[in-house]
Design a protein. Structure first.
Length: 497
């Protein structure tokens, strides 16, 4: 019984510890800031608002807005949200939470959120069930991030994927996800650098705003520190602005590369950081092309890195069939499609999370338009990735064509050399036959000449008669008999009688 309850209790401990580790530093920071502001400005004590503001900021980190005395805070401080998710994950790993721990921790987290909504000096913008939904999403992301990789359900899913999904398809999907995440990370880093550039260029205007509001040194410091909670929001808006879209502060001001003005905005120092229009058309064109350039570079890495899709191996491999060559290009195309889809969906979600409201009328909508900003990000990304893929396809096709032409030229040269060798052999054999025939003719001529010379009158005055040749042959035959019988001849073929 105790063993079955222990995982759920461990999940409850994860929720309580994570909530304490988050709210205590936030509360101390707010208390210190309010104390310093009270001391420098000489106003009434503001430290009594520390606990309600801590609860409100804890709910705001989960996407729950609030308003008080006509002031609306509907922009989620994404830096606090990220820190809260990472903190939940770290605590879950420390307590070695399981899936049952996640279930118990989720219930405890929702109860804590309901406690946070009680006793607030501000009014929550959302209803209680929406507060619970947003809190459940935040806790689930952090806890499942720690619990899911080591769970049995994850192992079953992995085994199912390994059994039913081929290795090339799995590799293409994973590579596409990696490319998409890398592109999003680079884009967000560019947005963060843009915010830093804004701060460097417009810090004088921000200082002037503090001077007009009569804010002193340490109050400025704490205001800037607390403003960092919305730094990811500014980076996302800067990314949309830099890539050719826009962001607006309600209906008061809209900032693009072509126009921008902070006149008429509320007296908030952070608004003084917003940029002016870019006068150079060349710079504007370059800024708009940044996603395309980045996607081209990432695509080149993806199509040349040996663990991704090294297309240079395809160009070198001459033993592949036509189907294998087509698949070698189909898998990278599928991975790049997955990357583009991931960038589009994630960009839409990011822009939705970064936007919000600061009022009910002119400041009702604050942030970047979701559709326009997503298009400014996803369209050049798709163009850059598929441009790289097409260039790789053309390059490999040219390599095959050049190699085929070279092989055909080599085969033609070999065939020509073989024909030349056969022709030379035929000519040599023909010459040899002619030499042999001429030698035979010369031999015959020389033998005929010798025969004529041997039969000339100078050498033989009289030719022997036929009877004489017969007699000689007979005498030789008789002499060879070796019987020593008397004959009627003298041995020279002359008869005695």
């Amino acid at each position: 019984m105790r063993k079955s309850i222990t995982p759920y209790l461990r999940g409850v401990a994860v929720s309580v510890v994570a909530m304490l580790l988050f709210t205590v530093p936030v509360g101390l920071m707010l208390s210190l800031a309010l104390l310093v502001i009270t001391m420098e400005e000489g106003a009434a004590s503001l430290t009594g608002f520390s606990v309600p503001l801590t609860k409100a900021m804890t709910l705001a980190a989960q996407g729950v807005g609030f308003h008080a005395n006509g002031v609306v805070m509907g922009v989620t401080p994404l830096l606090l949200t990220i820190l809260l998710i990472v903190l939940i994950r770290a605590v879950a790993l420390k307590f070695k939470a399981t899936m049952r721990s996640y279930a118990g921790g989720l219930v405890a987290w929702l109860l804590l959120d309901l406690v946070m909504t009680a006793g607030l000096s501000v009014t929550v913008n959302d209803s209680w069930w929406l507060v619970l939904v947003k809190g459940a999403v935040v806790f689930s992301i952090g806890c499942l991030w720690a619990v899911w990789p080591g769970s049995s359900a994850c192992r079953r899913v992995q085994s199912y994927i390994h059994e039913h999904v081929s290795l090339p398809v799995h590799h293409a999907v994973v590579s596409g996800l990696v490319v998409g995440v890398a592109l999003l990370g680079i884009y967000l880093a560019i947005g963060l650098v843009t915010v830093i550039v804004w701060t460097i260029m417009n810090h004088d205007a921000m200082g002037t705003m503090f001077t007009l509001l009569q804010v002193r040194t340490w109050s400025r410091f704490f205001i800037c520190i607390m403003s960092l909670a919305w730094l990811p929001n500014l980076a996302i808006w800067a990314m949309a602005w830099l890539f050719g879209a826009s962001f607006s502060i309600g209906s008061i001001a809209t900032f693009t590369l072509w126009n921008g003005s902070a006149t008429g905005l509320p007296a908030l120092p952070v608004f003084a950081l917003f940029p002016q229009a870019v006068e150079s058309s060349g710079l504007r064109t370059f800024y708009v092309l940044i996603p395309c350039i980045v996607s081209v570079l990432v695509g080149i890495v993806a199509l040349t890195y040996r663990r991704a899709f090294p297309m240079w191996r395809v160009a070198r491999n001459t033993a592949q069939s036509l189907q294998q060559r087509l698949l070698a290009f189909a898998y990278p195309a599928g991975a790049l499609c997955i990357a583009v889809v991931l960038v589009s969906l994630a960009a839409s979600i990011i822009f939705v999370l970064a936007d919000g409201s600061l009022g009910t009328h002119r400041l009702r909508t604050v942030g970047a338009p979701v559709a326009q900003s997503t298009q400014a990000l996803a369209k050049p990304t798709a163009i850059g990735l598929f441009a790289v893929w097409m260039v790789a396809l053309v390059a490999v096709a040219l390599a095959y064509a050049i190699r085929g032409a070279a092989s055909r030229h080599h085969s033609e040269q070999v065939s020509e050399s073989v024909h030349e060798d056969h022709a030379s052999e035929r000519d040599a054999s023909k010459d040899h036959d002619e030499q042999k025939s001429s030698a035979k003719v010369r031999t015959a001529q020389s033998s005929g000449a010798l025969h004529v010379n041997s039969e000339s009158p100078n050498d033989t005055p009289h030719a022997p008669s036929a009877s004489h040749r017969v007699v000689r042959s007979a005498s030789h035959a008789k002499e060879n008999q070796n019987d020593h019988e008397p004959t009627t001849t003298t041995g020279f073929g002359i008869g005695i009688s």
